[in-house]
Design a protein around this ligand. Structure first.
Ligand code: SF4
Length: 417
């Protein structure tokens, strides 16, 4: 039986798609592992979100060939859609498939593999999902937003929502094995726009009514934060009060050049609405530093806005120029990028510490994920990483803990007796 390694870069959607490829290959009798290891066959699921992500995607080929110079390599994902030539240089690369129907790689591997034995078909989807505490439910693909800095609409194509009955079928399998489900999509907030009569994400939430798993959304845009949406979510005790609300900039001028379709005032309204219904919600975000038009004043405005929101966690990215986007052609006036990143990161860490401190003494439900340095690791519903000293816990154990103090990138928590 041949060994196949799948190396995944980039977003949650790529991870979900790699899992699906892995399932199909295992069902076809292959031995599949995730990550870079010694194998006969490799699949690289690439990312194009930044120049750095594209460089990393290309460099994986060199790393693979150091491990096995005879490896057969198959490439899929956004970077291979955007720049297929970058992957054609090595004769070890057998097929490049882009973003459309990545599962076709499975057929390509089987037809190239002279030793492939049709009779070795297995059916062990269950063994793949059973080990995961947190599973992703992929409900939507593509994006029509065309933020001026982003390549995704060009490489992933237009928005497509998956039919609710198919999503439900997938959920019923996942909830059997994973105690937490993350609802995910390329532009998740667009879910249902292309389905007549759809109630959007509320319809997905309703699938969790009697589910044994708790659920959270991976990333949302401000347009979906309405009273109706939050009231619905409030009625589920298995909903995780964690909202990842993409900001990208806290300067109205920059938001306009980014083609983000909201102002900082609208964003703050959404945050306040969330806090009205979920006072202790974790509100996390992404922010881009050094967008071409971002002047020193714009950056200071952004910093001030971030102070006002008090995010529980932030992902800070330096702007990356992507060929073919509108932002590529903008005059670059942004300076002092490393200093700006440092200022924003300092503020983000301070806000995170304050958020965790505000939870000290509070009881939280957690689900054990794994172990590190003598602690069990688990996230609260509002997404605080807890370090728990205990014995004989297993991954997927659900328990209540009390947060004691900040620690490393999260908090020390004790099991409630
Ligand atoms: S919403 Fe904007 S940043 Fe997100 S995938 Fe669509 S175009 Fe890219």
């Amino acid at each position: 039986m041949k060994n196949i390694s799948i190396i995944t870069l980039g977003c949650k959607v790529n991870q979900v798609e790699s899992e699906k490829i892995a399932e199909e290959l295992e069902n076809s009798g292959y031995n599949v592992s995730m990550g870079l290891g010694l194998s006969d066959i490799y699949i690289i699921n690439t990312c194009a979100v930044t120049n750095e992500a594209e460089r990393k995607s290309r460099n994986i080929i060199t790393k693979i060939l150091k491990l096995n110079e005879n490896a057969s390599i198959y490439v899929c994902g956004c970077s291979s859609e955007n720049n297929p030539e970058n992957f054609k240089k090595s004769s070890n690369v057998k097929k490049i498939i882009g973003t459309k129907d990545k599962l076709k790689l499975v057929d390509a591997i089987k037809s190239d593999d002279s030793e492939y034995d049709k009779n070795s078909q297995l059916s062990h989807l269950e063994t793949r999902v059973s080990t995961r505490t947190r599973a992703d439910l992929f409900v939507q693909n593509g994006c029509n937003n065309f933020c001026s800095y982003c390549l995704i609409p060009y490489v992933r194509g237009r928005e497509v929502s998956f039919p609710i009955n198919e999503i439900e079928k997938e959920l019923r399998i996942l909830e059997h094995f994973s105690k937490e489900i993350v609802i995910t999509g390329i532009n998740l907030s667009a879910y249902g726009k292309d389905i007549e009569g759809s109630d959007g994400l509320i319809e997905i939430a309703r699938l969790f009514k009697n589910s044994p798993s708790r659920f959270r959304f991976s990333s949302l845009e401000v347009n979906v934060i309405t009273e109706k949406f939050l009231q619905e979510l409030q009625s589920y005790n298995n909903f995780c009060d964690h909202f990842h609300l993409s900001l990208q900039s806290g300067s109205n001028n920059t938001l306009k050049f980014m083609n983000r379709h909201y102002t900082k005032e609208k964003y703050l309204e959404s945050v306040n609405l969330i806090r009205k219904y979920f006072p202790n919600a974790g509100i996390t975000t992404d922010i881009i530093i050094g967008f071409p038009t971002e002047t020193e004043l714009d950056f200071e405005e952004s910093l001030e806005f971030v102070k006002k929101v008090n995010f529980s966690e932030m992902h800070i990215f330096p702007y990356s120029k992507r060929k073919g986007t509108v932002a590529e052609k903008l005059k670059n006036v942004a300076t002092n990028i490393p200093q700006r990143i440092e200022k924003m990161t300092t503020l983000a860490l301070e806000n995170k510490r304050k958020f965790i401190e505000s939870n000290i003494g509070k009881v939280h439900e957690v689900i054990i994920e794994n172990q590190k340095e003598g602690y069990y690791l688990a996230h609260t519903k509002n997404y605080i990483l807890c370090y728990i000293k205990a014995e004989n816990l297993n991954s997927n154990d659900k328990l209540n803990v009390i947060i004691k103090q900040t620690y490393a990138d999260g908090a020390i928590a004790e099991i409630c007796q």
